[in-house]
Design a protein around this ligand. Sequence first.
Ligand code: KG4
Ligand code: ZN
Length: 364
Amino acid sequence: MAETLTYLGIESSCDDTAAAVVRLARGRGEVLSSVVQGQTALHADFGGVVPEIAARAHAERLDLVTAEALDLAGIRLADLDGIAVTAGPGLIGGVMSGVMFARGLAAGSGLPLLPVNHLAGHALTPRLTDGLDFPYLMLLVSGGHCQFLIARAPDSFTRLGGTIDDAPGEAFDKVAKLLGLGQPGGPLVEAEAARGDPARFVFPRPLLDRPGCDMSFSGLKTAILRARDSVVAEKGGLTHQDRSDLCAGFQAAVAAVLTEKSRRALEAYVAERPAAPALAVAGGVAANSAIRANLTDLCARLGVRFTAPPLSLCTDNAAMIAWAGIEQHRIGQRPMGEITARPRWPLDDSAPAMLGSGKKGAKA
Ligand code: KG4
Ligand code: ZN
């Protein structure tokens, strides 16, 4: 009979406190519960996530979200096969809160505890939601991450490139701030862009002139700032149409960069002749319909399957951590020694270090 495994996942590496129960049965994963408590309101006055506030909020809420996740799933600790906890990368205080909590729970219950890389959690999600086979190409695009990974096995990833500065979500959020829109900026900029003319302001397409899959988004934000200031200097203020046109131009530039870099990453991946080529996206920016439409077209042209997990599993959550724990368990990984929290933890040690560390902590 196929293996049945039930794992509790715990996530606290940024500004979401999350717990979830996931079960593998008959070869398929099922999310039995997924509880996410965001902290947007706690950080709203500070223009970014304040690590100390985040860590304290995680410490106060981890037991509550875990009890809720177990309750919703109808599962007792004794029914579990193990606990998986995000052990990095991320804001170190938050990661430590989760690891300390999980260590206590594991010690008290006698359950095995597996450390999970947050990025592996995102990258393995398409196997939970769509049953993708290895190897597939993953584009992680969120407020904290932006990288292309070939996922080869639960513990084997090749990074083809990534942002050398801001993540695209950060750029959306900063542009929203420059234009007096609210936070998080992505959905608001997208709504404005839908009413705007993308051709009125043509913004740079950073790093498209260089080979490879690395990206850069911080210069774009400066270009929007300059364009905004010159409109204000000329007219004394911004009309609603100016704002929409700026958003449309910005979104078109981000979409163009992501699409062309995805084309290059797909070219490198398809050259390996995968049996069932697939591109999966994850992260909050994957919700953007212009970006999604471009990627869907690109994949259709290249004969590559395109998948995007439902948004609740695309953004930070603990079901992906529980699932990554199950995947590790299946390949025979077992707890070894004491688990420590790691602020940086690249998925691919052979790729050059990513030095960027944005408002949401380390990028790898
Ligand atoms: O994956 P996510 O929830 O979290 C972290 O990065 O931690 O991604 C959030 C990011 C934010 O920066 C938000 O502005 C962006 O995803 N985002 C979007 C859209 N919806 C969310 N960006 C562009 N278009 C959207 N529709
Ligand atoms: Zn994340």
